[in-house]
Ligand binder design. Structure first.
Ligand code: PGA
Length: 257
């Protein structure tokens, strides 16, 4: 981490938990936050947004959704718009998670449309990028990241993207227990920052928060967060239990490098 950028730890609950467990997890996370906590956010399933939002009222934990649709309203059965998420009390939204790219046809073009809608509705967007194992083994990691980033971020001005957060999530590390090493993560984060610098300038790149995601756990978060270009974590499995998520929130990073 770098003291210029406020760390963000976001939990991605994916398609887990019933309403009662969602509320109880949200309350335990909020109750366990230390006074000097980083920014903390939980991305719940759509059905849990209202009750978790209610449970988090008056706390420092922010509410996010895991996806959104770009149109404000209309005959789009099954979709939920960024406008509706804002109305439901969301402050943030995940966009382009690799599971959406892999299983639900998300493309760089739809990521861009969703990003536009999130920004227009005042939601903090967390845009996810990352390479598959085959792409890494082929030496195409940087190319993939560059394509995903330019696809999503070109055409905006840096001031429009002021709240943007990027999550680097190598697909091979998600839910597999195979975390990227701190050095592998740092290399990718630095590449992402440099690409964003080329797209939107020095000031934008210096302030951009880049989260790492992919098997972040209590026992690896400290070394990951000690890397200078890691500004937080997007946590799946380990965000489903209050004690492991809170330990991640309380990461300790060796900042001087
Ligand atoms: P994981 O998931 O922590 O379970 O690997 C991360 C994510 O998919 O955001």
């Amino acid at each position: 981490m770098n003291s210029l950028r406020r760390p963000l730890i976001a939990g991605n609950w994916k398609m887990y938990l019933d309403l009662a467990s969602s509320v109880s997890l949200a309350k335990s996370v909020a109750a366990g936050l230390p006074a000097d906590a980083p920014e903390v956010m939980v991305a719940t399933p759509f059905t849990a947004l209202a009750v978790v939002g209610e449970a988090l009222k008056g706390t420092k934990v922010k509410l996010a959704a895991q996806d959104c649709y770009w149109e404000k309203e209309g005959a789009f059965t099954g979709q939920v718009s960024a406008f509706q998420l804002k109305d439901a009390g969301c402050q943030g939204v995940l966009i382009g998670h690799s599971e959406r790219r892999q299983f639900f046809g998300e493309t760089d073009e739809t990521v861009k449309k969703k990003l536009t809608a999130a920004l227009e509705n005042g939601l903090l967007p967390i845009v996810c990028v990352g390479e598959t194992l085959a792409e890494r083994e082929d030496g195409r990691t940087f190319k993939v990241l560059e394509t995903q980033l330019t696809g999503a971020l070109s055409g905006f001005g840096p001031s429009q993207l002021a709240t943007l957060v990027i999550a680097y999530e190598p697909v091979w590390a998600i839910g597999t227990g195979k975390t990227a090493t701190p050095a592998q993560a740092q290399e990718a984060h630095l590449f992402i920052r440099k690409t964003c610098q080329r797209l939107h300038g020095d000031g934008f790149a210096a302030g951009l928060r880049i989260l790492y995601g992919g098997s972040v756990k209590p026992d690896n978060v400290d070394s990951l967060m000690s890397e200078p270009d890691l500004d937080g974590a997007l946590v799946g499995g380990a965000s489903l239990k209050a004690d492991s998520f809170l330990r991640i929130v309380k990461f300790s990073a060796a900042v001087a490098k």
